[in-house]
Design a protein around this ligand. Structure first.
Ligand code: GLA
Length: 719
């Protein structure tokens, strides 16, 4: 049993963690503990006395007098605006009488086996009820009749707890939700840091650590998508915690729209973590009888640093977030022509690149932007999803057939949420565009946004994508999204559009179970767990420069497994080994993900072609381990010159090492392969090592004295 209930206390246990909630004064669910697993079921609420008993009355009131209690000093599991709750709330609403004060009190609990799906939203799932137990704690605001149902799913084997909240209006009047977060967790967290990711196009997932002193830090996006600028994932790290040591607490939001993860320190040493949909400009009307489901947050604690935390997320997201037939399949290695041609190409030119790929063992050809509409290469007509007759007079099926005949699968690019103002679609349906009342939509690159909150738009998009998928043997779709939302009525509208997007993706998933979908948004601008629920891989970045991409993939790997990370090798400029992007380094970096190429294979020299051929052979031989094995990182490329990544499964360990600048006659570099198995023996390049020596003594890495050197070592277990 993973949930134990004793008087006023709920103890949630995964295989290595405990999470303990107490019902304070029979009224308020408060947070007592989250950390390494506790075996004892004893009452932990004594900690509340020592925490606030000696506070002075001017600002803090002694909680013996419940009415004077400043609940702000108590570590809450749910918070609103009442009873001296002045910290950032979980919930905030405006009632019919103009008041924004609520008083949610405990109204009971129930426990269910398994895990329910969240209506209309992506979420982690179970395949069998025995995999999870879910605790529901109900809180009621008597005056308005609004209920908040806090759900906690415990997945012991996966070592995670997922949280979300459903808000139900059981009262008689309309309520406007101004803030409806998914969870609040209060920590006793002196000297903690917040690790978060920021970035932009070509530099996604840049890792930054912010010391939590005495100001609130809010990692958020109000753009209507999760965004490369801020990522819906944060880690609270205790002082001194690193890749292998220390307590770290991950918060990963399974949502693709505007979000907030807030870390708010207080003068008493607490840090409140709030996560969910952004409350900036939020105003969701909840009529009597209606409910609002907040998205899910996946909570992971590790007592052994970031490495263990990442492996926990990887295992869960690979097996119980991603879905469909590709979840457990090695992913095809693909060639995309975008960097080689842009939108200016002919069917013959594509055939040439595809043919070159087929000859060296690439498994899929992806036709990117530029294949649709009828106005030419320069003015694209997003929205008119029919093949451009000048490029494909008889549709795309004959090209697909000949690619298939060469032994390769075929994939195609769409940007379904965007429409060009030059398109037939826009001319016929200018009212299908997302905009704010009284404001015109602002075109960017001649494009505006389709309003996925509109069912007619959803129907059109499903039909036009289906027409293409039905017209030829298409095995893969790259689902892109390349411009920001500028005008919308409000955040509520953006949330409705995201719900519409999820509905479209769900329909296409069930209609085309054999098609592999890959998400993309100007590179990795919408790499989030919400999208991974519908598309089991996401393009990590348009940046193929090894020395930058290594950081992007490091950041992305904090939460997401290699199999989900579209990662391609490229040469910029093509055909020239640019000084910071030797082809081998570019390929090794990309092999740390879901590998492929972005280049004009038809223009490579013979020697380069041989190199690419060897890389393809190498990746095929290690793909299973990279895509399904456990990942161990050595060093942080944002801080260190020499870094490594190792993937391991029962049969082998695959170690990639990278060095940006040469260490001429520098210090020796050793890596201790913490994943090596004691008692096992491994063979690499003709030498046999014991697992114990690889783990404890380590392996010496020696690289040439040049910039951007790399090496791949495969340690095969000796049977
Ligand atoms: C985005 C993607 C690229 C490519 C272009 C096409 O930028 O990230 O990979 O598909 O769009 O317009």
């Amino acid at each position: 049993m993973s949930i134990t209930v004793t008087e006023n206390q709920f103890h949630l246990r995964t295989n290595s963690t405990s999470y303990v909630i107490h019902i304070f004064r029979d009224k308020y669910p408060v947070h007592l503990y989250w950390g390494s697993r506790l075996e004892d079921d004893g009452d932990l609420s004594y900690i509340l006395d020592t925490m606030v008993a000696d506070r002075a009355a001017g600002i803090h009131n002694n909680y013996d007098d419940i009415k004077k209690l400043f609940l702000s000093d108590v570590p809450m599991e749910f918070s609103c605006m009442s009873e001296g709750l002045y910290r950032t709330p979980t919930y905030h609403a405006k009632y019919a009488d103009g008041s924004t004060v609520s008083d949610f009190v405990y109204n009971g609990y129930y426990i269910e086996k398994g895990k329910k799906s969240l209506s209309g939203l992506p979420a982690v799932y179970v395949e069998d009820d025995s995999e999870a137990e879910t605790l529901y704690i109900t809180l009621l605001d008597k005056k308005s009749g609004v209920k908040a149902i806090l759900s906690y799913t415990v997945m012991p084997e996966y070592d995670v707890i997922t949280r979300s909240i459903r808000y139900e209006n059981c009262g008689a009047d309309d309520v406007t939700l101004l803030c409806a977060k998914s969870c609040t967790v209060d920590f006793y967290a002196p000297d903690y840091e917040l690790l978060h990711m920021h970035g932009d196009w070509l530099r996604e997932a840049t890792v930054e650590k912010t010391k939590l002193d005495h100001v609130k830090v809010s990692v958020e996006s109000n753009r209507g998508l999760s965004s490369a600028q801020q990522h819906p994932f944060c880690v609270l790290m205790e002082k001194g915690a690193n890749e292998e040591m220390g307590n770290v607490y991950g918060f990963s939001l399974v949502y693709s729209g505007s979000f907030q993860i807030e870390a708010e320190p207080t003068s008493t040493g607490l840090v409140r973590m709030n996560a969910g949909i952004s409350s900036f400009d939020f105003g969701w009307e909840l009529s009597p009888g209606e409910s609002f489901q907040a998205p899910e947050v996946v909570l992971v604690h590790s007592d052994s640093g970031l490495g263990k935390m990442s492996r926990t997320y990887h295992n869960l997201y690979r097996k119980r977030l991603c879905r469909g037939k590709y979840r457990d399949q090695e992913r095809p290695m693909l060639i995309n022509h975008w960097d080689a041609t842009g939108t200016v190409y002919t069917a013959e030119r594509l055939a040439e690149i595809a043919k070159a790929g087929a000859e060296i063992g690439i498994e899929m050809f992806v036709m990117d932007d530029g294949w649709f509409g009828d106005t030419g290469d320069e003015i694209r007509q997003l929205g008119d999803w029919f093949p451009d007759k000048r490029k494909f007079p008889n549709g795309i099926s004959s090209m697909v057939e000949s690619i298939n005949a060469d032994g390769m699968r075929f994939g195609i690019w769409f940007e379904p949420e965007v429409v060009s103002v030059d398109s037939h679609l826009y001319k016929e349906h200018p009212d299908w565009v997302m905009t704010a009342p009284g404001h015109d939509a602002t075109p960017m690159y001649g494009q505006v946004i389709l309003d996925f909150a509109n069912p007619d738009v959803r129907e059109y998009i499903i039909k036009s994508i289906s027409d293409i998928l039905d017209s030829a043997n298409v095995s893969y779709v790259k689902w892109d999204y390349n411009r920001p939302i500028i005008e919308t009525a409000n955040q509520e509208h953006k949330h409705r559009a995201i719900l519409g997007l999820y509905e479209v993706l769900e329909t296409l998933n069930s209609k085309y179970p054999d098609v592999l979908f890959e998400g993309c948004s100007s590179g990795g601008g919408r790499f989030d767990p919400g999208m991974l629920y519908y598309m089991p891989q996401t393009w990590s970045s348009d940046n193929q420069r090894a020395n930058v991409r290594i950081g992007i993939q490091y950041g992305t790997s904090l939460a997401y497994p290699a199999i989900t990370m579209g990662a391609h090798a490229g040469q910029i400029p093509l055909g020239l080994a640019s000084y910071n992007n030797p082809l081998e380094t570019s390929a090794h970096v990309a092999m740390c993900g879901n590998f492929g190429y972005e280049m004009d294979l038809a223009k490579l020299s013979e020697a380069e072609m041989e190199q690419v051929k060897d890389q393809i052979k190498l990746y095929k031989s290690i793909r299973k381990t990279v895509q399904f094995g456990d990942m161990y990182r050595f060093g942080n490329p944002f801080e260190e010159n020499r870094t490594g990544v190792c993937y391991c499964d029962d049969d082998e360990m695959v170690l990639f090492t990278f060095q940006s600048r040469p260490q001429m006659n520098g210090e020796e570099w050793r890596i201790k392969l913490s994943c090596a198995e004691i008692g096992a023996k491994y063979e690499c390049d003709g030498v046999v090592y014991t697992g114990e020596s690889l783990k404890k003594l380590g392996i010496r890495i020696s690289l040439e004295h040049y910039d951007y050197q790399t090496r791949c070592m495969v340690f095969k277990k000796v049977k």
